[in-house]
Write a protein that binds this ligand. Structure first.
Ligand code: URP
Ligand code: ZN
Ligand code: ZN
Ligand code: ZN
Length: 495
């Protein structure tokens, strides 16, 4: 046989176009596209299906270990099963840094645990403590290992950087050809609002949103972009929740800056209303930035349509509802000291932040985007894989159907109507915020590097079959070469 497998008779969607073709696969890679390809050793029928590149989720928290002992409950085996079942064949998660620790002795053994993944994976390195040792020795060693992106937080107690520390990280990344992603919220403003809310006796999950309204995100987004401009370092703003923050990104791009923005399905479909409900149910929708008013969903969609937000990630977070309800102290992803309410539940600020969504990301995006006519199929492919592959140095290998790319494919049944239900999901978390959400379009079959990894909800790829994806230098991470006054401060501070 010329091919190990032929995926036959599908409608192919790439980042650029939609056309009918068979896909010939050899040695786990796409070998040929064309009509009437010769028989393969194995045949998969894609009749009536839309075939897209496998999803790349560039922002998810898997098995992350906090310095305070909190752990993201999703394991690499469960999280990657959920990813594959939802049409995501690779993801980028986070190597933690604990404050006061080197990178090497933060969350020991984390990278080895990732070897249990069923999906391909890479890491962003979180930087919480940018000492000279970390920036000048450890980060260069990391980049040499193919870990080429750094993640910084401008909020959360144990994680956030000051502006000066952020500048040091940006300068380091610039020198090394690494990329920087940023969580943009104003830490002091949030802390001040939380103090006032608690003093006023306002402790419900809904007040999580009151503690961090859009202005808090807009200000930090503006500041992050300004500081990146000062250093001339490309950045991506994580999880943009609202028009105000998106507008800052659009303004930066209009100035010629290399700044990108992602959003997540929660900011396209959920709202304040999900932060209320009986039995503390609002805790299930506590994430940061917070969910906004319902009308904001449409504004975020418009920023997808105009290209300002060009990646939809899950920001999958592994905290169960049961864990949120007994949150005893502030977690790495909470803010401030824990306060107990009369009903025994924690005040909003001690609920760990984040929602699970690695499996539902693409079905929700396909249904709300493609099936409802908000975006076309090439845009879906760009949002779900191709743009993340380009932005994070995996172009040509992931997010593509071009010969030579890994044969990661999703066969979408565009007509299948179903509702999302926790009992059918594969993640380790005890709820989904999309329970009962109706979708049209479903990933029927997922192939990872030429092997059927999921068929009709049954996960066939065993743990340990995912591969680490090292990333080399690439153009999008290169600075523009424009620094204020022509003085390259980044080069000097490093010497
Ligand atoms: O609420 C969120 N997003 N939790 C996960 C951590 C982060 O901020 O990305
Ligand atoms: Zn310690
Ligand atoms: Zn974040
Ligand atoms: Zn996150």
């Amino acid at each position: 046989f010329e091919f190990d497998m032929v995926v036959r008779g599908g409608t192919l969607a790439t980042a650029a176009e939609v056309f009918e073709a068979d896909i010939g696969i050899r040695d786990g890679a796409i070998a040929a596209l064309g009509r009437n390809l010769p028989r393969g050793a194995e045949e998969v029928s894609a009749k009536g299906m839309i075939v897209t590149p496998g999803g790349l989720d560039p922002h998810c928290h898997i098995e992350e270990l906090g310095q305070d002992g909190t752990a993201q409950e999703e394991s690499f085996a469960s999280g990657s099963a959920a990813a594959l079942a939802g049409g995501t064949t690779s993801f980028i998660c986070f190597l933690p840094q604990w404050k006061g620790h080197s990178l090497a002795d933060s969350a020991p053994g984390y990278a080895a645990r990732a070897e249990q993944s069923r999906a391909d994976y890479s890491f962003h390195q979180i930087i919480t403590d940018p000492t000279p040792e970390v920036l000048q020795k450890e980060v260069p060693a990391l980049v040499a290992r193919g870990i080429r992106s750094l993640k910084v937080f401008l909020t959360y107690d144990p994680l956030r950087l000051t502006d000066a520390e952020f500048l040091d990280v940006l300068a380091t990344a610039r020198r090394l050809g690494a990329f920087v992603t940023v969580h943009c919220e104003n830490f002091d403003a949030i802390g001040w609002r939380i103090g006032a809310l608690l003093k006023a006796g306002l402790t419900d999950p809904l007040q999580h949103a009151w503690s961090r309204p859009p202005v808090v995100e807009r200000e930090a987004t503006h500041r992050a972009i300004a500081l990146a401009e000062l250093v001339d370092q490309p950045i991506q703003v994580f999880h943009v929740s609202c028009e105000e923050a998106a507008a800052e990104i659009a303004r930066g791009r209009a100035r010629g800056l290399k700044v990108w923005g992602e959003t997540c399905p929660q900011y396209l479909t959920l709202s304040h209303e999900d932060l209320t409900g009986p039995d503390f149910a609002g805790a299930k929708a506590v994430c940061s930035p917070a969910l906004r008013e319902k009308a904001e969903n449409a504004r975020v969609w418009r920023r997808i349509q105009d290209g300002t937000l060009d990646i939809v990630s899950s920001d999958h977070c592994g905290f169960s509802f049961a864990t949120a309800k007994r949150a005893a102290g502030s977690s790495s992803y909470g803010t401030g000291a824990a306060v107990q309410r009369p009903d025994g539940m924690p005040a909003f600020n001690a609920i760990p932040n984040g929602v699970p969504g690695i499996e539902t990301r693409l079905p929700v995006l396909f249904s709300e985007g493609v099936s409802k006519g908000r975006i076309d199929l090439p845009t879906f492919v760009r949002l779900s894989s191709a743009n993340a592959a380009r932005l994070f140095g995996l172009g040509g290998r992931k997010g593509s159907l071009a010969p030579g790319a890994d044969a990661d494919l999703v066969l979408w049944d565009p007509d299948r109507e179903t509702t999302i239900a926790q009992e059918r999901l594969h993640h380790a978390i005890d709820y989904t915020p999309w329970e009962g959400f109706a979708v049209k379009g479903w990933p029927a079959v997922t192939l990872r590097r030429g092997a059927v990894a999921v068929r009709e909800g049954e996960v066939l790829a065993p743990p340990g079959t995912g591969r680490f994806l090292p990333r080399g230098p690439y153009d999008l991470a290169k600075p523009t070469g424009r620094v204020p006054d022509g003085f390259d401060a980044a080069a000097v501070t490093w010497a």
